[in-house]
Design a protein around this ligand. Structure first.
Ligand code: NAG
Ligand code: NAG
Ligand code: NAG
Length: 379
């Protein structure tokens, strides 16, 4: 009987002692905030009394660093920018609980990690302090790592190649490849997920600009452009197979040839003279131009070449050749210059217009002009 009473006494006193011990109630919820913003970690303690709540930064492979004791900051480096300290602890009290909120401002990537809340109890070994761990994730917008990312890829037709997009960010960003011009990828789909874009059995039509986008929901997403160049022999076409012009009236004729190929082909003009090919050079007679403006009518990698035959004469009515060449091959297009009785093209003098084509309205204009000349001569 005595023994039972003794046990009861012991347990009662244990309970009463336990009831007085501080305790960290609730979890310390993980905090996730973008770089530059403010993080708040909450440690809620019951039976706080005169015990001390300590926030500690846990460091891997280094000594832990005490940040605060109750509401006072203990860490020596606590810079203030714009009147606000890097670290601060705010206390909130509700009934029998006290929350010690650790505020970390102007988050940097290095602030990410584990933060421990512990309660120091007088005359108790520190290994027996109540303690809980919280975590801080600092989100970082994606960036592209240029060194590991493809910018230009030169490929032979029929071979395989890979485009790489190396992106960093927290959390690790999702990477998507698309074609810049909105066309489908060589695989046939509109986009491809993943850092690597495999190009299998590459064809000339796969040449173009590809874009990778790295997105982890932290604004802004990162973009990168890569150019895929496919080697191929020149291809040429004419705007018109034959061009007409009248002779001996100082009119010129414009012959146009569109060339593609990679590497960019060199283009020469030649013409048929006495059954043989004669070089056509830029001089008083001929004007050779390459149009570099981005023309809507040109497919990618096409170049527009023009040959202007000035002051067309009888011996100019021959075949002209636009000859293109690169290390992968050659191409040739033929344009015939033929004789017409009237001036052709946009640069013809308007008075050369055929009498039959004068419309009623232009006849009226002429009449009014004559009348006004007549009237002005009267004064
Ligand atoms: C801590 O408490 C504050 C104030 O109630 C709250 O704004 C913040 O989100 C809390 N932190 C976490 C990680 O839940
Ligand atoms: C390209 O890859 C495909 C599929 O992986 C393979 O069948 C083919 O042999 C490869 N072609 C070359 C030229 O390596
Ligand atoms: C990546 O994409 C998946 C599926 O759309 C999405 O659930 C996930 O949240 C994305 N990850 C990031 C870091 O945005």
């Amino acid at each position: 009987m005595k023994w039972v009473l003794f046990v009861c006494f012991i347990s009662a006193s244990l309970i009463s002692v336990n009831a007085q011990d501080p305790e960290i109630v609730d979890e310390i919820w993980p905090e996730v905030k973008p770089i530059g913003r403010t993080a708040r970690l909450n440690c809620t303690v019951a039976n706080k009394l005169t015990h001390v709540v300590i926030w500690t930064l846990k460091k891997d492979g280094q000594a832990d660093e005490v940040i605060s004791r109750d509401e006072s900051i203990y860490i020596s480096i606590n810079p203030s920018i714009g009147g606000l300290k890097k670290y601060e602890v705010e206390k909130r009290k509700t009934e029998d609980r006290e929350t010690y909120m650790l505020i970390i401002r102007r988050l940097r990537e290095s602030d990410a990690g584990r933060y421990e809340c512990s309660v120091k109890i007088q005359a108790v070994d520190h290994t027996k302090y109540p303690r809980k761990l919280g975590s801080l994730t600092v989100q970082v917008a994606p960036t592209i790592r240029p060194g590991d990312t493809s910018t230009i890829l030169q490929v032979d037709p029929g071979s395989n190649a890979t485009l790489n997009c190396a992106a960093a960010g927290i959390p690790a960003p999702n990477i998507t490849w698309v074609r810049s011009d909105g066309k489908n990828l060589p695989s046939g789909s509109a986009q491809s997920r993943g850092a690597e874009l495999k190009l299998v059995n590459v064809q000339v039509e796969h040449a173009g600009v590809y874009r990778c986008v790295a997105d982890n929901s932290i604004k802004p997403p990162a973009h990168h452009l890569a150019q895929v160049l496919i080697f191929y022999a020149p291809l040429s076409r004419t705007v018109q197979d034959s061009v007409g012009q009248a002779q001996n009236r100082r009119f010129s004729a414009k012959l146009e040839c569109i060339v593609q190929g990679y590497p960019e082909p060199s283009v020469k003009w030649k013409r048929l003279v006495n059954g043989g090919l004669q070089d056509v050079n830029d001089n008083d007679k001929f004007e050779i131009n390459k149009q570099t403006t981005d023309n809507q009518n040109l497919y990618s990698r096409e170049q527009w070449y023009t040959l202007k035959v000035k002051t067309v004469q009888a011996n100019d009515y021959v075949d002209y050749f636009c000859m293109s060449e690169n290390p992968y091959g050659t191409s040739q297009s033929t344009i015939r210059l033929f004789e017409t009785t009237e001036c052709q093209g946009p640069n013809c003098p308007s008075l050369a217009a055929d009498a039959n084509t004068i419309t009623i309205s232009s006849a009226i204009v002429v009449a009014i002009t004559l009348i006004s000349i007549f009237i002005s001569m009267q004064f």
